[in-house]
Design a protein around this ligand. Structure first.
Ligand SMILES: Nc1nc2c(ncn2[C@@H]2O[C@H](COP(=O)(O)OP(=O)(O)OP(=O)(O)O)[C@@H](O)[C@H]2O)c(=O)[nH]1
Ligand SMILES: [Mg+2]
Length: 290
């Protein structure tokens, strides 16, 4: 399927004619949103935005809509296997966007999923946009909740709303946003629908103007909190220097099989060593993104 489809109306942007043009940097809809697509020219960016999500949720379609690039999109999981970078300018700020491979979990075993997890856990993006499939919300929320446990600088892009509509699925996005503690912006990225709202939500979170309070910062019950702390302490002594030990402890308590395996066979230590080396590399490159 082609990403080069007629430009849609953004409901949020208001009175913009659907005939405004095609998806290009100079079209009226994007000018309304003050979007300037920078393609591969990411130069001195003010903010780094990671596009994360389950496989096949439209991350690369969102990436193309924001940057004007033509990252390959395909109707099957695993279309993106390496990270792609592009840029856009919005309201005077330059954003670097990282299109990550799809992943179901933050501790995945396959190598392309691993690349996405690495970046999310250690790349320190200013904002993580989690692109979710509105027709498979329950399944997609698993990754959202995991990401919210490591950062609250998150925007949930509720994509494929056109498909959801076709299936008679309606979603109370305000309620969902309240429950998650971060902005939720409905969109149909293939038609460009919802892009201005997404840009605005990202800008608000990037500048700290939206007070996000992710679930991760909500209190656990005292017994669970004690268990997490004990387990996190044991993990740190077994794997010295392990970052996000609290996050790993929570995964173990949830019975995540991948995490359990990584702890039992010691590969968690390998992962950590790779992460630490990469983090040092990021630091010596002097940038927030690798
Ligand atoms: N109907 C509809 N299809 C969409 C929308 N956004 C993306 N798609 C389609 O969904 C398919 C997957 O899109 P991609 O952008 O490649 O998805 P991805 O998340 O980057 O996929 P991976 O890189 O494999 O994880 C493509 O066929 C897109 O055209 C949307 O809003 N509505
Ligand atoms: Mg992709």
């Amino acid at each position: 399927m082609s990403a080069d489809l007629p430009m849609p109306i953004s409901r949020a942007a208001g009175a913009v004619d659907a005939s405004a043009g095609r998806a290009c940097g100079s079209c009226a809809v994007f000018n309304v949103a003050n979007l300037e697509k920078l393609g591969v020219h990411t130069g001195d960016s003010d903010f780094v935005i990671a596009l994360a999500g389950n496989p096949n949720t439209g991350k690369s379609t969102v990436f193309n809509a924001l940057t004007g690039l033509r990252q390959h999109v395909g109707n099957w999981p695993g279309t993106t296997v390496v990270r792609a970078e592009g840029g856009y300018r919005h309201q005077g700020d330059a954003y670097k966007v990282i299109d990550l491979p799809g992943t179901y979990s933050l501790l995945s075993t396959s190598s392309d999923e691993h690349a996405a997890c690495d970046f999310l856990l250690f790349g320190d993006p200013d904002v993580t946009v989690v692109v979710v499939d509105a027709t498979r919300l329950e399944r997609n929320l698993n990754l959202v909740l995991q990401i919210l446990q490591i950062t609250d600088r998150v925007v949930v892009a509720l994509n494929l709303m056109d498909e959801a509509g076709r299936h008679g699925i309606t979603i109370d996005t305000r309620h969902l946003s309240r429950e998650l503690g971060v902005p939720v912006t409905p969109m149909s990225a293939r038609r460009g629908d919802g892009v201005p709202d997404l840009l605005e939500a990202v800008a608000q979170v990037a500048h700290g103007r939206t007070a996000t309070k992710a679930r991760s910062t909500q209190k656990l019950g005292p017994a669970v909190e004690r268990a997490v702390q004990t387990l996190a302490g044991q993990l740190t002594s077994e794997f010295p220097g392990l970052a996000n030990s609290r996050w790993v402890a929570l995964r173990l308590l949830e019975g995540d099989e991948n995490t359990e395996r990584a702890v039992r066979d010691g590969s968690l230590g390998d992962v950590e060593r790779q992460h630490t080396a990469r983090q040092r590399a990021f630091a010596t490159q002097g940038g927030s993104a690798p």
